[in-house]
Design a protein around this ligand. Structure first.
Ligand code: 13P
Ligand code: SF4
Length: 310
């Protein structure tokens, strides 16, 4: 089928089925282009709650689609590629959360949204990268357990001044940890050294990279900061390469380059235009979660979203 036919069919089905497509900032360009909303994890969770549609097709990794399903028990939430998962989440099985709970019974447990649903059920709060520091700084406790991303945990510790117990000590995103290591960052800075490069990074990058970055933020916060950067500077995008497409669309007159074009999240890229179309045609794959788990997860997520929005 030709790409233009796929796009036309997606648009038709969105209308007849009263469906919206939500896409994460790392999705391939064609999927971003057919989406009704493109954003970071927090923005998409909020959009999922606010939209009027009957069906949400979630173009992202599985924990994002699960979040949308938990927040919308009355809507049909479809994930076009159930195999699109976040490997960072697998660092923290629920048994480890329970162990930490027993070991540190007085410290609140805050989980990064990039985690398994089963693990979230044992947490006190769930945060996205956009609001992790904000939420944790609002807690009265001075010692907080945070997982599974060790780099984000370290960023939160340095930003809030609280003591963070990292759970587990070694969890990381393979894309940010390896494809955005100091080696690739130095290479990019050298390549653009005559263009007054400004480095903006996601907090999942290793600490040494974060330390030399000009700005740190969630994917959507990275997009917003570009507006404030000197027009003559080359902007280096220190996160998954998909964000560069979005940034160039928003700022067509700026020079914006990825730190490493090979910083690719294979899971995010599993979703194609064709899988979005199949999802809408066949109403697959529906996210189905046990109602008790939905209730518990919803409780935690709603309290957290309220705190994050403040
Ligand atoms: P954002 O919420 O910043 O978009 O991050 C999601 C993610 O998976 C980063 O790797
Ligand atoms: Fe998970 Fe990393 Fe992919 Fe984000 S980029 S979804 S953290 S594997």
């Amino acid at each position: 089928m030709r790409i233009s036919d796929i796009i036309r069919k997606i648009e038709e089905l969105k209308k007849t089925r009263r469906a919206v497509v939500l896409a994460h900032n790392y999705q391939i360009p064609e999927v971003q282009d057919v989406a009704d909303h493109v954003g970071d994890s927090l923005e998409l969770a909020i959009k999922a709650m606010e939209c009027e549609a009957d069906i949400i097709v979630f173009a992202g990794v599985s924990f994002m689609a699960e979040m949308a399903a938990v927040l919308n028990p009355d809507k049909v939430v479809l994930h076009p590629e159930p195999d699109a998962r976040c490997p960072l989440a697998d660092f923290l099985p629920p048994s480890v959360v329970r162990e930490y709970r027993m070991k540190y019974p007085r410290a609140p447990i805050v989980l990064y949204v990039n985690s398994l649903l089963e693990s979230k059920l044992y947490a006190d709060y769930v945060v996205t990268s956009a609001a992790a520091c904000r939420l944790i700084s609002k807690l009265e406790d001075e010692i907080v357990i945070f997982g599974p991303d060790k780099n984000l945990a370290n960023y939160v510790e340095e930003t809030t001044g609280k003591e963070i117990i990292t759970m587990p000590p070694y969890g990381h995103c393979p894309v940010h940890e390896y494809a955005l290591s100091i080696y690739y960052v130095n290479k990019a800075l050298e390549l653009y050294e005559n263009e007054n490069p400004v480095l903006i990074v996601h907090p999942e990058v290793p600490r040494d990279v974060r330390k030399i970055a000009h700005h740190v933020g969630s994917t959507s916060q990275m997009l917003k900061i570009i507006e404030k950067i000197d027009k003559n500077s080359t902007v280096l995008i220190g996160t998954e390469e998909g964000l560069t497409y979005r940034a160039r669309r928003l700022y067509p007159n700026r020079k914006i380059v990825p730190v490493n074009p090979q910083a690719v999240c294979i899971d995010m890229k599993k979703i194609s235009l064709l899988s979005v179309l199949r999802s809408l045609e066949r109403l697959k794959y529906r996210i189905q979660i046990d109602p008790d788990k939905v209730r518990r997860a919803r409780e935690i997520i709603e309290i957290s979203i309220e705190l994050m929005r403040k």
